[in-house]
Design a protein around this ligand. Structure first.
Ligand SMILES: NC(=O)C1=CN([C@@H]2O[C@H](COP(=O)(O)OP(=O)(O)OC[C@H]3O[C@@H](n4cnc5c(N)ncnc54)[C@H](OP(=O)(O)O)[C@@H]3O)[C@@H](O)[C@H]2O)C=CC1
Ligand SMILES: Nc1nc(O)c(N)c(N[C@@H]2O[C@H](COP(=O)(O)O)[C@@H](O)[C@H]2O)n1
Length: 255
């Protein structure tokens, strides 16, 4: 891979992150089936909890150090998953540009795209795959297959025309994916924050900035128990560290 602005993490930064990353010794979400991959949910947000200035606006929040961290995380996972909203808005590369990363270490990009609104043709993902700088992306969609350039994993529609996350993750595991780094966007993050049984680790970059009202928030849906509002999600087993100007918070979804 050519040189980039991504730099190697120090050994103490790696030691900080490694307990939250997939490995034979890392604990999985309690009671999790062996038919599911290890799932790390990771994103960058502002001090007002926003991940973008507005829906569909690519917004740089991570500084150089946390950007390097993202590529270290990509190196450690079999796949990177984003929703169709991110794939269409951000035109992401979703490859691993960590120094020394070989093609064999490239994560499998996966787009959750039920209605096939994202196209591999003309995308950065497709171009990088052609150039040998990343893998050919896969999409997870509803309905039948077709002869597109992109491999489509087909999942049955569940309630409300959505895809059930456990089904999506099982499908990926059946395809040989042992670990998935979920990067976003808001719809995907907010849904998975409500699924502690599916998510093994959460790694959040907090940038020292406020994006302001009208931003796109990492904010799960209202949760009620016996008709009363309760916290929607909480991290357990937390630890944090400074990476450049940003704070990185690691934890596990739990009580
Ligand atoms: N700061 C950060 O770390 C990050 C920020 N972002 C930002 O997030 C924004 C995009 O977020 P958002 O618009 O919410 O888009 P998402 O990337 O979360 O994609 C949402 C779309 O994915 C499909 N989808 C997701 N979950 C399901 C499901 N369970 N079943 C079926 N379809 C599903 C739907 O597609 P359909 O509409 O076709 O039904 C849905 O509209 C962008 O502005 C991007 O820049 C993104 C990643 C990281
Ligand atoms: N970690 C992180 N910090 C930010 O500030 C971001 N905007 C994002 N966005 C995610 O990274 C993807 C872009 O990846 P490439 O550099 O194009 O490979 C983008 O699509 C979001 O998933 N992440």
């Amino acid at each position: 891979m050519p040189a980039t602005d991504i730099t190697e993490l120090s050994s103490s930064e790696q030691t900080f992150l490694d307990p939250y990353l997939p490995s034979p010794s890392a604990p999985s979400a309690s009671g999790k089936s062996a038919k599911l991959p290890f799932v790390t949910l990771t994103y960058a947000c502002s001090l007002d909890g926003m991940i973008a200035l507005a829906p569909g606006v690519r917004t740089a929040l991570s500084g150089p150090e946390t950007k390097s961290m993202t590529h270290y995380l990509r190196l450690k996972h079999d796949a990177i998953l984003v929703g169709a909203g991110t794939a269409v808005a951000d035109l992401p590369s979703l490859n691993c540009r960590y120094p020394g990363a070989e093609f064999d270490e490239q994560p499998q990009p996966v787009i959750v795209d039920p209605r096939r609104r994202w196209k591999v043709e003309g995308s950065a993902l497709g171009r990088l795959a052609e150039e040998g700088k990343g893998r050919q992306p896969w999409a997870v969609s509803l309905g039948g297959n077709s002869d597109e350039a992109c491999k489509r994993l087909v999942v049955e529609e569940s309630e409300g025309g959505r895809m059930d996350w456990e089904t999506v993750l099982r499908k990926l595991k059946a395809e040989g994916i042992r670990s998935v780094m979920v990067e976003g966007g808001a719809t995907v993050i907010n849904a998975l924050l409500a699924e502690p049984g599916l998510v093994d680790s959460v790694i959040v970059t907090i940038a020292p900035t406020w994006l302001g009202q009208g931003g796109l928030a990492a904010c799960p849906a209202v949760t009620t128990v016996d008709g009363r509002r309760v916290n929607a999600a909480r991290l357990a087993d937390t630890t944090w560290r400074q990476f450049g100007a940003d704070a990185v918070l690691c934890g596990r979804l739990g009580a």
